[in-house]
Design a protein around this ligand. Structure first.
Ligand code: SAM
Length: 251
């Protein structure tokens, strides 16, 4: 199934390739930098234990509320128009004291869906059927049934869940694109991630942008180059634009 939200760096186009590279045997699946969870949602089940994690607290709250209260989140959006006024109001209310988790989830959902390129900052101004997208929340809720939702820094999640039968799928903010995420992520974090992955007993599969810094960091691991079309660049440049990425594994 598809995710219920667009997300900057979402792996909608790469999910099939990533899953084909999964090892044969693992008994727990951990999506460390969850985002919209495109790889998680691509299969009905990856393993007996599945964990979705993202450090963005509003996003983890949205996933949790959709899992447990899809109808209530839907009610929050009912009557909301795809308009700049709603968008600006919801953005300014998001961190307000007194909102319930479900109210925050509804607002964040609307902000993601109606922002420009899911940047959550500027109003997109394009046609969106918000009601149709909320109808999908019950299916998402069923899929998330049994998925543990976490809101931690990657290092903590990796350390807690590491064991020989674990598979970590990691999709960190790409090197140079960190400013697009609320959480921030600098070179020290990229190095911290590599150091952490060096020590694990489980298996990891990591997607990154193909740049010198990344290739240097992971030179001791298996690295496969992949490319996909970049629709956003194509829209502006008006020609085929390929985006080069790497998939790195320790198996
Ligand atoms: C490239 S996106 C993941 C996209 C996701 N694979 C998808 O298909 O939608 C990277 C994610 O990492 C999260 N993130 C940033 N810093 C983090 C940290 N220190 N620990 C865990 N997650 C973090 C961001 O909030 C963002 O959602």
């Amino acid at each position: 199934m598809n995710s219920f939200i667009p997300w900057i760096g979402g792996k909608r186009l790469l999910r099939k390739t990533i899953i084909e590279m999964f090892p044969k045997n693992f008994d727990r699946y951990i999506e460390v930098f969850g985002g919209a969870g495109w790889v998680l949602f691509a299969k009905d089940k990856h393993a007996d234990l599945e964990i979705y994690n993202d450090y963005d607290g509003q996003l983890a709250n949205l996933f949790r509320c959709v899992k447990f209260h899809p109808d209530e989140v839907k009610k929050e959006i009912t009557g909301v128009l795809n308009s700049r006024e709603f968008f600006d109001d919801f953005k300014s209310q998001l961190d307000m004291r007194g909102l319930t988790d479900i109210q925050r989830a509804g607002r964040y959902f609307m902000i993601i869906k109606t922002s420009y390129g899911a940047d959550r900052k500027s109003f997109g101004g394009t046609k969106k059927n918000l009601i149709k997208s909320t109808d999908y929340l019950s299916e998402i809720s069923n899929r998330l049934n049994g998925v543990v939702i976490e809101n931690r820094d990657f290092e903590r999640i990796i350390k807690v869940h590491d064991r020989p039968g674990a598979l970590f799928y990691l999709d960190p903010p790409y090197h140079g694109t960190e400013k697009y995420y609320q959480t921030g992520f600098g070179d020290a974090d990229h190095i911290r991630l590599r150091d952490c992955l060096k020590e694990i007993k489980g298996k990891f599969i990591l997607s990154y942008n193909n740049d010198d810094f990344v290739r240097e960091l992971y030179q001791e691991f298996n690295l496969i180059e992949v490319s996909r079309r970049n629709s956003l660049l194509e829209r502006y440049e008006g020609k085929d634009m390929e985006y080069k990425e790497v998939i790195i594994t320790n198996y």
